[in-house]
Design a protein around this ligand. Sequence first.
Ligand SMILES: [Zn+2]
Ligand SMILES: [Zn+2]
Length: 442
Amino acid sequence: MLKLKQAALAAAATIILAAPAQADPLTDAIQADLPSLMEIYRDLHANPELSGEEVRTAAKLAVEARRLGFEVTEKVGGTGVVAVMKNGAGPTVMIRADMDGLPLVEKTGLPFASKVMAKTREGNDTGVMHACGHDTHMTGWVGTARQLVARKADWSGTLVMILQPAEETGEGAKAMLEDGLYTRFPKPEYVLAFHDAAGAPAGYIGYAPGYALANVDSVDIEVKGVGGHGAYPHTTKDPIVVASRIVGALQTLVSREIDPQDPAVVTVGSFQAGFKHNIIPDKANLLLTVRSYSDETRAKLLDGIKRIAQGEAVTAGLPEDRMPVVRVRDDEFTPSTYNSPEFTKKMAALFEQRFGKDRVVQSKPVMGGEDFSRFRRADESIKSMIFWVGGVPIDQYLAAKKEGTKLPSLHSPLWAPDAEKVVATGAEALTAAALHLMKKGG
Ligand SMILES: [Zn+2]
Ligand SMILES: [Zn+2]
């Protein structure tokens, strides 16, 4: 997910390999807790659950949070968990981890690899795997909770730790908010999370002030035609030709209508029509993914898609009642993620102090999506930041760089992060951030 500066990285990776153990009480405490955290990690990894079905996962971690003294509420927005700890006057800080795995058969060969099978919503049998690393997020979340509880004397404020279901389907954050996350529980001034990254060496932190992840829209276009015999095309209106023209014209939307300085993507990921050589079908279906950052650019793209589809149908001479149907799938929309710029830079400076400048790198925004965005969208006065924690084992990272080979990405059945480094770094960064924000007398 991350693209970091190559030269700086190679040098820095060497430093990490050679770095002696830091003499810092928080670093040391997390290192001491790692064997216990890794037990949780391996259990979560071996028992992944699909989006919206995180029942075992939620129950297990709710027990852990209760044991630590949090006031825990389960089943918020489906399987969501909200753990609250009030510890005197001060700001409210929310820390989020997501819980869902993906419908994939794991191929990492790890001794604790998932063998779980489940049924998709469509009723297909599938393997299930934590291929996005949400198991590292949850384990880091536990590590953070433990450290903040152990340091209760050092901070003052309200800590809200949440476990969110269904990130991969873009439903979970919305469901928790709609179930009263900001009304039934203390509403945060600050919201934080981390995500593991498959393009950066383990233990590195990446951050992007401002837009960090994109608006993600799914659009269906049903192109109607008038079917008939393939030998007599003049008696038909061929939807394959119309749909092909739409696909071609869509390429000009980003290249001719959007400011070149403003990133946008329109990808046609599926084009389906017809079933036989000599039959002109009466419809063609296109499935698109549309990416942008600002609401204005998003609107321009979605309006442009409708205009182009309609325009090509008119050009082809289709009658009024055979115009294409363009459906923007609002149920699948994920809004863009905006990291409050000043807040993000402040947190990055804190991380640099703690981890060293070499390990904390400003990264480019990406066109992927994260429904973490919704926690700030629900109230834009909230200061929000999601940061990346590199997960590629250092030796693999260096070898791949040297040999120019490709590494598995997130959502790959081969993605096996250096979980110890991800969890330790994520937990240390989140703990340090929360301690800073809720510093006593601060
Ligand atoms: Zn994912
Ligand atoms: Zn993810």
